[in-house]
Design a binder for this molecule. Structure first.
Ligand SMILES: NC(=O)C1=CN([C@@H]2O[C@H](COP(=O)(O)OP(=O)(O)OC[C@H]3O[C@@H](n4cnc5c(N)ncnc54)[C@H](OP(=O)(O)O)[C@@H]3O)[C@@H](O)[C@H]2O)C=CC1
Ligand SMILES: CC(=O)C(=O)O
Ligand SMILES: [Mg+2]
Length: 758
């Protein structure tokens, strides 16, 4: 379990830094020339206007409507924070927009309405129908939300769903079906306590009844206690759940209950109540951001409990994020007029069934888990599982077609599957893999330049994220002052000043070891001990002796000065003759690995072959099969210049050493990325069967220029330079790296250490 700390200031900074908020609008057509603009706007734009006037359905053909969903709230029940108003709810609605985009490639306008009244709200949303392909109602309190949704569903021809009701009901129902199966209880027989009688709770209870639960077995509570015959003034929805019982409190309700469903607020369930529940209890504490009872307290009270929360940092996240992106994807793709019961039930079944399928490696990697399989700690799929899109969306689309609400049925399901796959942006994936792998087994990382604010900030983040235990090298007073001035909370981090008196003994010990390594290479004993005052030497020695697992340096020093101690002290892996540098370019289509970008000026064919093999090994660390293009300005002998021939020779050597590797060259970059042309002109190339993900450059100039252009002109985020070929992890930052880049490099170093420092 990781207890990542999100501190208040970090959350505020995340939202305020750079362009305020979390989303922006991006044009999808060329807008460069005067002609482009004349097509995008007047006069060209008049043509689609007239076409839509003649055939209103063409609005889906000529505008973004078909992929555009409105996330609409009045801020009256924002998460479990209550009625905090529309402006205060906006960060959540932007957040929902982000989730729609990253999980299902649906564009969202978030709309926060100053409209608490039912009629007012309905009038505004109805008027918005022409703009949107679907309406996701969010965080609107009960009982108003019921009337609002019912009326909008009846009066609009586009799908409308109140996410807090049905999203939550769908996900929790899928989780409940699976949990009941694990404890071998029947939904028809279990006693269910639903704490909360609002939007989410009422919809969940109704869906459980549809699935077979007996209404007589459900006790529902609102803020005043159990909804029973002694209560008066209850709204219509609550009235449906009145039970004739003398019980009044949650404590009383839970005695011998099989299931607790929490959709109320933080901390209302205590350990004694959980203890009083029946055999093998099920507790879904779904209030956000903090559950009705913490994971730890529930497990401590009843170790056999099947526990779920709405949070991402514990197993079994029962949260509507598992539903709304995929349900709307399916509904939009068949142009459904509504989201009906059949579609919701299809989503429940698809989600429940998916949890029993073997979990793909990439999902385990993304969560840093080794064994994720159906069981008490995995009753529902993980939100980052890409199969959610390709499983739930088609199930919903099919149900829409079968129930007669699809206006544009899908005919080719295989093609649809490919389209869905293509929607999954993979640029974030690799970073998640990296962090989660690192988090699984955090290591001691030495920061050689700890008297730098960026380094300290990064050290704080990696510590809070649970991916590394920082060791800070530098003047202790200076570091402490910087920590204080910049309010960086790194209280427990180890600070070591290699120049201090206290370190004399360590310096001497390190110096002697260093002398043993370098005595015939220009160092005498005195110099070997003296140089240990230098932080890069001292830090490398800590890694070499196992007192630390990795070193991060280079932010303020030039590359050769930082790499030298690493080569002298740690040295290269066996069989490696030269180290090399690799950059990872984070693209939506998946990562692109580039080497050598930082070390070897003009490699020989043999060196280039080594660089290729080293890079391939590193790419596999991410569970990615390398598909390598060895680049040149020539294609397979089209030029006979020495530079082109050198790459061709290197390619031959690579093939000889690792015949199974998917690699080709020498090849031009444009051909490597143009499979159709490659297929026509070189049909035997192994690169025609998939996308190239690894580029090997013929020299440092080419590699270095390429990654810089991709970063500066292409605007891609990058990770690197990752130093390949050292026996132990030392990673050297580019001058002026950002805090985020430093954190990424720490995660790389930890991942590296997990392999190299057993
Ligand atoms: N995990 C997930 O996916 C989701 C979680 N939620 C969470 O569920 C909670 C409710 O959301 P929502 O239904 O939209 O909000 P609503 O405002 O519609 O409903 C809140 C309900 O909680 C009840 N309540 C408040 N305090 C208590 C208490 N101490 N004991 C019992 N009931 C109480 C209220 O009672 P009264 O009627 O008397 O005011 C009301 O019925 C929030 O914490 C939200 O974050 C919501 C949607 C999805
Ligand atoms: C998850 C969600 O929608 C809520 O807590 O309101
Ligand atoms: Mg919500």
């Amino acid at each position: 379990m990781n207890n990542r700390k999100i501190n208040k200031q970090d959350a505020l900074d995340y939202h305020s830094q750079g362009r305020p908020g979390k989303i922006k609008v991006v044009p999808t057509k060329n807008t460069k020339t005067q002609r482009d603009l004349s097509l995008a706007y007047s006069p060209g734009v008049a043509e689609p206007c007239l076409a839509i006037k003649d055939n209103p359905e063409d609005v889906y053909k000529y505008t973004a409507k078909g992929n555009l969903v409105a996330v609409i709230s009045n801020g009256t029940a924002v998460l479990g924070l209550g009625d905090i108003g529309p402006e205060a709810g906006k960060p959540v609605m932007e957040g929902k927009g982000v989730l729609f985009k990253i999980f299902a490639d649906i564009d969202v306008f978030d709309i926060e309405l100053n409209a608490k009244g039912v009629e007012e709200f309905i009038t505004v949303v109805k008027a918005l129908e022409p703009t949107f392909g679907g309406i996701n109602l969010e965080d609107i309190k009960a009982p108003e939300c019921f009337e609002i949704e019912k009326r909008l569903k009846a009066e609009l021809k586009i799908p409308v769903m109140h996410d807090d009701q049905h999203g939550t009901a769908i996900i929790s129902a899928a989780a409940l079906i699976n949990a009941l199966e694990l404890v071998d209880k029947k939904i028809e027989e279990v006693r269910i306590v639903v704490n909360g009688a609002g939007a989410a709770a009422i919809a969940c209870a109704k869906l459980y009844i549809e699935l077979g639960a007996s209404k007589a077995n459900i006790l529902m509570l609102d803020s005043k206690g159990i909804i029973n015959t002694s209560r008066s003034g209850l709204d219509e929805m609550k009235q449906e759940f009145i039970i004739d019982t003398p019980l009044n409190t949650l404590e009383e309700a839970l005695v011998n209950a099989d299931v607790f469903i929490g959709l109320s607020k933080a901390g209302v369930l205590n350990a004694d109540m959980v203890k009083s529940m029946a055999d093998k209890p099920i507790v879904f504490a779904m209030a956000n951001p903090d559950p009705e009872i913490t994971w730890e307290d529930a497990i401590a009270a009843r170790p056999e409990v099947i526990m779920a929360t709405g949070r991402s940092d514990y197993p079994n996240q029962v949260n509507n994020v598992l539903g709304f992106p995929f349900i709307f994807r399916g509904a939009l793709d068949v142009r459904a007029t509504t989201i009906n019961e059949a579609m919701k039930m299809a989503a429940v079944r698809a989600l429940a069934a998916m949890a029993k399928e073997p979990v793909p490696d990439m999902v385990m990697l993304a969560y840093g888990e080794k064994n994720l399989s159906f069981g008490p700690q995995y009753i529902i799929p993980k939100p980052l599982d890409p199969r959610l899109l390709t499983t739930v969306a088609p199930a919903v689309a099919k149900a829409a077609m079968e129930s007669g609400v699809a206006r544009q049925p899908i005919t080719d399901w295989e093609k649809y599957d490919h389209e869905l796959q293509a929607r999954l942006g993979l640029d974030n994936y690799i970073v998640r893999v990296l962090y989660n792998k690192a988090r699984k087994e955090p290591r001691k990382v030495v920061f050689a330049e700890a008297d730098n604010v960026k380094v300290l900030k990064a050290a704080q983040i990696v510590k809070d994220e649970g991916i590394a235990h920082p060791i800070l090298l530098g003047d202790e007073r200076k570091i402490n002052q910087l920590l204080k001035d910049n309010k960086i909370d790194l209280k427990d981090a180890v600070i070591i000043d290699p120049r201090s008196e206290d370190m004399t003994e360590t310096r001497n010990r390190f110096g002697e070891l260093f002398f043993e390594k370098r005595q015939r290479k220009g160092f005498n004993m005195y110099e070997a001990k003296k140089i240990m005052r230098e932080r890069n030497y001292f830090g490398c020695m800590m890694v070499e002796t196992g007192e630390a697992d990795a070193l991060i340096s280079g932010l303020t020093r030039n590359y050769p000065d930082t790499i030298r101690p690493a080569l002298e002290i740690i040295g290269m892996e066996e069989s490696v003759k030269k180290v090399a540098g690799m950059y990872i370019i984070l693209r939506p289509q998946g990562p692109l690995f580039l080497a050598d970008t930082t070390v070897n000026l003009n490699p020989t064919a043999e060196e280039l072959a080594d660089i290729t093999l080293l890079t391939a090994k590193e790419v596999r660390q991410f569970n990615i099969e390398p598909r390598i293009a060895m680049l040149s300005y020539s294609n397979f002998g089209s030029s006979t210049t020495p530079e082109a021939r050198m790459v061709a020779q290197a390619y031959e050597m690579v093939k000889k050493k690792e015949p199974g590797l998917i690699v080709d060259g020498e090849i031009q970059a444009s051909l490597a990325f143009n499979k159709e042309v490659l297929k026509d002109s070189y049909p035997n190339s192994p690169l025609i069967d998939g996308e190239v993900n690894t580029l090997i450059f013929p020299n440092l100039a080419a590699g270095n220029i390429a990654y810089n252009l991709l970063m500066e002109v292409g605007g891609f985020e990058v990770i690197g330079p990752v130093l390949l070929g050292l026996k132990k992890p030392v990673h050297i930052l580019q001058l002026g790296s950002s805090v985020r880049q430093i954190c990424n490099m720490v995660a790389m170093a930890v991942m590296d250490a997990q392999v190299k420092c057993k």
